[in-house]
Design a protein around this ligand. Structure first.
Ligand code: ADP
Ligand code: MG
Length: 311
């Protein structure tokens, strides 16, 4: 298959979706997923992530805008677009009466993969399901089903793999295995897009992160830049006496009593500095024994970005 020359694995332009009943799930979203990356699409529940993925998958009709996958416009070249992408949906969907091997063979058949090019057992091995190859799908655990879905998405060897909330209901060990496999695929040249509302996950895995909230793109940057752009900082202050309530001051974005003598204060570095924050603690009549700050993580970035665009 030849593709139209383009740098992007996925290109999304002015994408809008209004569901029947009037819910506007996507409101003019534009971004590219560069080839070869692990790309994170982040956003809280209801942000529009699955809507966007389901448009790419051909499961939801967009209202406005355009999208292309590996250079193929989803309207003009739907078959090529579809062949270029493997999608693991948020919901687990299987025919419970087929075994994992049968599930993969049927999927390969649907995608027109010739028998000689099928690699069902290799795929099952890659997702650590080789010993379940001939078990009924209904006997698999939630984590196993999720991994089978990943294998199913890869039967036609697409250059782009999209995982929609892949770790929902997957325990930590399996999550690690899933990520190891995702990294392996990526190292082999597959562009990976994953949606999640777990920021830590995205921070660890993704080269680049886009954030959507209320159907709008609010950030799209290399992960490192995004983390560095945090407007909020957190300082932990150990005080000289037991407190029953946290003091209040206008320069605190948030203050939490973390044990009788530790206050965790979030402040906006655009508005105040650490000195002013500490002065406000002392002004409340509390002595300071110790202070520690931590670097903002993605959680902080996300909170400050979503807060500033909240409607
Ligand atoms: P996310 O995946 O980020 O959690 P979704 O794309 O699932 O968000 O949903 C975005 C918004 O669209 C939500 O407000 C959701 O309730 C709404 N929505 C999703 N699917 C439908 C649908 N089939 N009909 C009507 N509204 C929907
Ligand atoms: Mg979703």
């Amino acid at each position: 298959m030849t593709s139209i020359s383009t740098e992007a694995a996925i290109s999304i332009n002015g994408l809008c979706k209004t569901y029947q009943g009037g819910k506007r799930a996507l409101d003019g979203v534009t971004f590219d997923v560069p080839r070869g990356q692990i790309f994170g699409l982040l956003g809280p529940n209801g942000a529009g992530k699955s809507t966007l993925i389901n448009i790419l998958a051909g499961l939801v009709n967009k209202t406005e805008g355009s999208a292309s996958i590996w250079g193929f416009d989803i309207d003009a070249h739907p078959r090529n677009a579809k062949a270029s992408i493997g999608i693991v949906n948020q919901e687990i969907l299987f025919d419970p009466f087929f075994t994992p091997v049968e599930t993969l063979e049927i999927q390969a058949g649907l995608y027109g993969v010739p028998k000689k090019d099928r690699r069902s057992l290799d795929l099952l091995r890659a997702v650590h399901l080789e010993d379940k190859a001939n078990a009924y799908a209904r006997t698999l655990s939630g984590g196993m089903k999720r991994r089978l879905m990943v294998a199913k998405a890869m039967v036609h060897s697409p250059p782009v793999l999209v995982l929609d909330e892949p770790t929902a209901g997957v325990d930590i060990e399996l999550r690690q295995q899933l990520w190891a496999y995702v990294r392996e695929l990526n190292a082999g040249g597959v562009t990976v897009v994953l949606t999640t509302h777990y920021l830590e996950e995205a921070e660890q895995l993704c080269d680049r992160i886009a954030i959507i909230n209320h159907g709008r793109l609010i950030a799209n940057e290399p992960t490192r830049d995004l983390v560095g752009r945090a407007q909020e900082k957190v300082v932990a202050v150990t005080v000289d006496r037991d407190l029953t309530a946290a003091p209040e001051a206008p320069c605190f974005e948030k203050i939490v009593l973390k044990g009788a003598r530790v206050l965790e204060i979030t402040y906006s570095k655009a508005r105040v500095n650490a000195g002013e924050v500490l002065a406000a603690v002392q002004a409340a009549g509390v002595g300071i024994v110790d202070v520690s700050t931590r670097e903002p993580d993605l959680e902080d970035v996300f909170l400050s970005l979503t807060r500033s665009t909240a409607d």
